[in-house]
Write a protein that binds this ligand. Structure first.
Ligand code: PLP
Length: 368
C-alpha cells in the first residue's frame, strides 16, 4: 500500500481548526448530534471486545430493514472503513477498478494506494452528472475486479434511478464482477429511495453509515451488507486484521439511536428541505454560478460560470480569508477549482444564509 493523504482530509475543517471557520459549508453531513440530547445511560456497559461482525441486536435491526439475515451485515468503523475493507479484499496491485469521478475521495484513493489500475467514468456537468449505464458497463473489461458507484452521489447530489441500478446489477452479475454501491446518503434521497443494492444480487455490496443523515460521524459507525457468505468471510477477515471488532460504545449508541430514529428523523428531513429551499433561492439570484439540481443528500456541486468575470483563486482567497467562509473546492474531487461543493445540511439556518451571502460577496470582489 502506498498511502497518500487526500486534500479533502488535509484541508477539512476539523484538521484546519474549527476556530478558523466561521461559516462552514464544507460538510456533507447533517449537523452533528450531541450525546446529552440522546438521553442514554451507558454506565452499565461492559467494555469488552464485541462480536467481530458487530453488535448482534444492531445487525438484526439493520438486517430487518434491508430484508436480509443478521450475518449479511458487517459493522465497520464508518462507511470509510467499509470502503477500505472492500478495496483491500477485492483489489490487488494491477487489478482493474471501474469507478465514477468525481466521487468521495476514498472510493478512488484506496484503490490507488493498492496500485490498482483505475478506469474512470467521468461524470460531467453538461450531462447533469448522470451516469449512462450502457456506456459505463461498456467500460468493464475482462480484468475488471470491482465496479463502484455512489448514490445519492457525493459531491453532486445526483441519484442513480432504480431502473439504471437494476440494469447495472444485472450486467455486473452476468460479467461476474463485484459491484460496490456506496449508499451512505440513501436515507436522504428526496424521492423514494432506490432498493438496497445488496438485496438485488449476491455480487453486490451495499455500504452505509450513521454519519451523514443522522449527524453521528463521531461514533464512527458504518456497515456493509452482502448476501454472499464467501465475500463476507473475506471481509470479516479484513475487519479482524484491521480492528478486530468495533467499539462497543459506538455500537451501543448506534443501536439506541436507531431504536428511536423515528423521534429524530422528521425534524432532520424538515431542516434539510428548508435548507435546500434556501440554497435554490440563492441559485435563482446568483447568476455567476450554475448548478445541477440536488436529488438527495445535503450537498450541491455548482461551478462559477466561465463568462462570469471571476478570478477563481482570488475568489477562494476572499471567501476564506476575508469572510472566513469555507466550501469544498473542486480539487478535493479531482475537478476544476471553479466547481465547489456546498454542504447545506450542517450549518445552522443563519450560518447557511450568511455563508451564501458571503459567497456572493466574494464572487463580486474577485474580479478577473
Ligand atoms: C459517499 C461517501 N461514502 C463514505 C463516506 C465516509 O463516511 P463515514 O466513514 O463517516 O461513514 C463519506 C464521507 O463523506 C461519503 O461521502
Amino acid at each position: 500500500m502506498r498511502y497518500v493523504r487526500m486534500p479533502i482530509e488535509i484541508e477539512s475543517p476539523e484538521q484546519m481548526g474549527y476556530d478558523n471557520v466561521k461559516f462552514n459549508l464544507t460538510e456533507s453531513s447533517f449537523r452533528d448530534a450531541v450525546l446529552g440530547d440522546l438521553d442514554l445511560d451507558l454506565s452499565k456497559l461492559v467494555l469488552c471486545y464485541g462480536d467481530h461482525l458487530g453488535l448482534k441486536p444492531l445487525r438484526e435491526l439493520l438486517a430487518k430493514e434491508y430484508g436480509v439475515k443478521a450475518d449479511d451485515v458487517l459493522l465497520t468503523v464508518g462507511a470509510a472503513h467499509a470502503l477500505f475493507l472492500i478495496s483491500t479484499s477485492f483489489l490487488e496491485k494491477g487489478d482493474r477498478l471501474l469507478v465514477e469521478r468525481p466521487n468521495y475521495a476514498t472510493n478512488i484513493e484506496t484503490p490507488r494506494a493498492i496500485g490498482a489500475a483505475i478506469d474512470f467514468y467521468e461524470l460531467t456537468f453538461e450531462d447533469g452528472y448522470r451516469l449512462d449505464v450502457e456506456k459505463f458497463a461498456a467500460m468493464i473489461r475482462p480484468e475488471t475486479k470491482l465496479v463502484s458507484v455512489t448514490t445519492p452521489h457525493n459531491p453532486t447530489g445526483v441519484v442513480l434511478p432504480e431502473a439504471d441500478l437494476r440494469k447495472l446489477v444485472e450486467i455486473t452479475g452476468k460479467k461476474g464482477v463485484t459491484l460496490l454501491v456506496d449508499e451512505t446518503y440513501r436515507d436522504m434521497a428526496f424521492g423514494k429511495p432506490t432498493p438496497f443494492a445488496a438485496t438485488l444480487g449476491r455480487h453486490v455490496i451495499s455500504v452505509c453509515s450513521l454519519s451523514k443523515t443522522y449527524g453521528l460521524p463521531g461514533i464512527r459507525l458504518g456497515w456493509l451488507v452482502s448476501t454472499d457468505p464467501k465475500r463476507m468471510e473475506t471481509l470479516l477477515a479484513a475487519k479482524e486484521q484491521s480492528v478486530i471488532a468495533g467499539s462497543v460504545v459506538d455500537e451501543t449508541i448506534a443501536l439506541e439511536y436507531l431504536k428511536t430514529r423515528a423521534k429524530h428523523f422528521p425534524a432532520i428531513q424538515a431542516k434539510i428541505r428548508e435548507h435546500h429551499r434556501i440554497l435554490e433561492a440563492f441559485y435563482a439570484e446568483e447568476k455567476r454560478l450554475e448548478r445541477v439540481p440536488t436529488e438527495g443528500g445535503v450537498v450541491s456541486f455548482p461551478r462559477i460560470r466561465k463568462d462570469a468575470g471571476v478570478d477563481v483563486e482570488k475568489f477562494y482567497e476572499c471567501l476564506n480569508g476575508k469572510y472566513r467562509t469555507f466550501v469544498g473546492p473542486g480539487h478535493w474531487f479531482e475537478q476544476e477549482r471553479r466547481s465547489m461543493r456546498i454542504g447545506f445540511g450542517w450549518p445552522t439556518t443563519e450560518e447557511l444564509r450568511g455563508g451564501l451571502a458571503n459567497l456572493s460577496k466574494a464572487l463580486g470582489e474577485a474580479k478577473a
